[in-house]
Design a protein around this ligand. Structure first.
Ligand SMILES: NC(=O)c1ccc[n+]([C@@H]2O[C@H](COP(=O)([O-])OP(=O)(O)OC[C@H]3O[C@@H](n4cnc5c(N)ncnc54)[C@H](O)[C@@H]3O)[C@@H](O)[C@H]2O)c1
Length: 138
């Protein structure tokens, strides 16, 4: 896909994948709003990318889970570069949640509660029922 002259918004743009996306888009000629909950990391990415591709990015601190803040991001992109062509909803919490995550397995959680908290996205029965392996079936 040719992204030259396209206008892009990248949420989570201060992080690993988001920062790489901002850089790659700018290298391909796009104009990019690098946004992140952590405004400082977004600014650092933007400055680094602009050093190689002057004027290609601006940064903003924004919570991607807040509609009003997303609207502000879009407005920033439109006012700076023009209508938004590409929106990368990249913001999120990286990691590989497993059973320990769903059971509130951090030491901090264990230390403060006898009933482990259930985390977002974890159902009460998030672990699938075990099925016997072929070797244990009658
Ligand atoms: N790294 C992986 O192996 C992997 C695997 C699968 C999915 N992902 C997803 O890819 C995305 C990027 O991962 P990454 O490895 O670059 O993680 P990262 O932690 O390096 O970057 C994520 C960025 O998102 C920001 N962020 C978090 N919540 C936010 C919010 N509400 N609004 C705005 N910004 C917010 C963080 O401040 C951080 O800078 C995440 O959504 C992650 O869940 C990553």
């Amino acid at each position: 896909m040719n992204v030259a002259e396209r206008v892009a918004v990248v949420t989570g743009g201060g992080g690993g994948i988001g920062g790489a996306l901002v850089a790659r888009l700018a290298r391909a000629g796009a104009r990019v709003v690098a946004s992140d909950l952590d405004a400082e990391t977004a600014r650092a990415v933007s400055e680094r990318v602009n050093a190689d591709h002057p004027g290609s990015t601006v940064s903003a601190g924004a919570d991607a889970s807040d509609t009003a803040q997303i609207e502000q991001l879009i407005a920033l992109a439109e006012n700076t570069f023009g209508p938004v062509d590409l929106y990368f909803a990249n913001a999120g919490i990286a990691g590989a949640p497993g059973l320990d995550w769903c059971r509130g397995g951090s030491n901090a959680a264990r230390a403060t509660s006898s009933a482990p908290p259930r985390r977002p996205g974890c159902s009460p029965r998030s672990a699938p029922p075990r099925t016997p392996s072929p070797s244990t079936r009658p």
